[in-house]
Design a protein around this ligand. Structure first.
Ligand SMILES: Nc1ncnc2c1ncn2[C@@H]1O[C@H](COP(=O)(O)OP(=O)(O)O)[C@@H](O)[C@H]1O
Ligand SMILES: [Mg+2]
Length: 433
């Protein structure tokens, strides 16, 4: 079976004479900057080769200007190459023109962009079906396809809503549904999630992976965010100055960075330092004790698990578990404040997730504070799961770097609910119950 997508020795030079001196200088080994200086031609792609397997999520990652979008656009020939071959299955894309090109784009490819414009005066359903309408699909069939696509992204209930009624994350999902509506084999996604809030963005990544498991599309996914790349990619291709620096699985990229450039990207992934608290925190769900009976509170805690308790001024007073509340009620006390755990680890939205490792090991929700205001909370299981993922990836890297700079190893403290908070940078909370 041929690869779903294959770029072979693709060059793209922007300028008046792309095949002239600029190309030969580039091929002789000149850098993108030098070529620009010598010839005033911009190098978009410099001998790019990669192949994407059928059913794979292949991520192209790199800084702004590294050539990611250019590479993606050669696949649907929005950009023609200066030299080289671009194949989609058995089709040589570079030779397609006119109707054949239109037909190819229509049947094979779906595209999702970062800034995705919805028609404001059409319903969500009409927006999703718009591409099909342009293709001349009749109303019944296009509405059925659009509704199916909306179902895939969880937006069927919003089919008749107007775009302005949707949040940013939902609008991006409509973009995905629009690409899915024509049931293409291949999805081209260019920074599709980059404009979303961190929490929504993470949800979209999860949904994309779930969708992928169900639909087995081939996905070429572009991002400038290494953490996103490692999260969603089966394989990751790292680009710099129009050239491919490394292609590998997330594990390979992390454990065997091809050069200094990749290593620099990767070093921050070690210990989950690149994952911020805000990317996985939930809206706060605090418990207020005033006016509640102890048995009511115990019943609620048994349903919900341990909760952050706030006082009348909305300041965090501590954490309450059903067990602690029961113990107090058994000694005949009605004063739940006595049952509060006040040695609470808190954190901030911009803190690194790794700094919450020991705290998460206690198994209690972690308050996220901005100043003294409770702005969110972390689920300890999610913290450990997320760090575990990064830890597994980073384990070998740390072993290889063992002779270098000593880094604290979060796997050696906390984890088992030692209750001590360990050496993590848990923030002490001045508690006023
Ligand atoms: N139409 C164009 N004309 C001239 N230069 C372009 C054009 N499109 C992209 N470039 C240049 O090609 C390089 C790669 O751009 P792009 O693929 O958009 O990067 P990325 O998507 O990684 O941010 C950049 O230096 C950019 O300035
Ligand atoms: Mg781009």
């Amino acid at each position: 079976m041929p690869p779903a997508i294959q770029l072979s020795h693709v060059y793209k030079v922007f300028g008046d004479q792309p095949r002239g001196r600029a190309l030969s200088l580039l091929k002789s080994g000149m850098s993108k900057d030098q070529v620009l200086e010598e010839t005033e031609h911009v190098v978009g792609l410099d001998d790019v080769s990669f192949s994407v397997d059928k059913g794979e999520i292949f991520v192209v990652m790199g800084l702004s200007g590294s050539g990611k979008s250019t590479a993606l656009r050669t696949v649907n020939k929005l950009i023609g190459v200066t030299e080289g071959s671009v194949r989609v299955e058995n089709t040589e894309v570079t030779t397609l023109h006119g109707r054949a090109l239109q037909e190819f784009r229509r049947t094979k490819l779906g595209m999702v962009f970062q800034h995705f414009a919805l028609f404001p005066h059409r319903t969500v359903l009409d927006n999703v079906g718009y591409g099909l309408k342009v293709q001349g699909v009749d109303r019944r069939n296009r509405e059925r396809a659009a509704l199916e696509a909306l179902e895939m992204v969880g937006l069927a209930p919003y089919a008749l809503a107007a775009p302005h009624e949707l949040s940013g994350g939902m609008q991006q999902r409509v973009g995905l549904a629009r690409a899915l509506a024509s049931d293409p084999d291949i999805l081209l996604m260019d920074e599709a999630f980059s404009a979303l809030d961190p929490l929504i963005r993470r949800q979209m990544q999860d949904e994309l992976m779930t969708l992928q498991e169900k639909l087995h599309k081939t996905i070429l996914f572009i991002t400038h965010d290494l953490n996103e790349a490692l999260r969603v990619g089966n394989r990751v291709c790292i680009m710099k100055d129009g050239a491919v620096v490394q292609i590998g699985t997330p594990e390979e990229i992390l454990t065997r960075p091809a050069d200094e450039y990749v290593a620099e990207f990767v070093q921050d992934v070690d210990q989950g330092r690149v994952i911020l608290v805000e990317t996985i925190m939930h809206p706060p769900d605090p418990l207020r004790l005033r006016g509640r009976t102890i048995s009511e509170v115990i019943a609620e805690l048994e349903r919900s698990g341990p909760r952050i308790v706030v006082d009348d001024a909305d300041k965090v007073a501590g954490i309450l578990t059903a067990e602690d509340a029961l113990r107090v009620s058994k000694i005949g006390s009605q004063d739940l404040l006595k049952a509060l755990r006040t040695d609470v680890d808190s954190t901030t939205p911009a803190a690194n997730l790794a700094s919450n490792y020991a705290a998460a090991g206690r198994g209690l929700p972690i308050p996220v504070l901005e100043g003294r205001k409770l702005v969110g909370q972390l689920d300890p299981i999610e913290v450990l799961a997320e760090l575990g993922r990064v830890e597994r990836l980073a384990e070998d890297l740390r072993a290889e770097n063992a002779n270098g700079e000593a880094t604290p190893d979060p796997t050696t403290n906390g984890g088992g609910g030692d209750g001590g908070g360990g050496a993590s940078s848990s923030h002490d909370l001045a508690v006023t119950p």
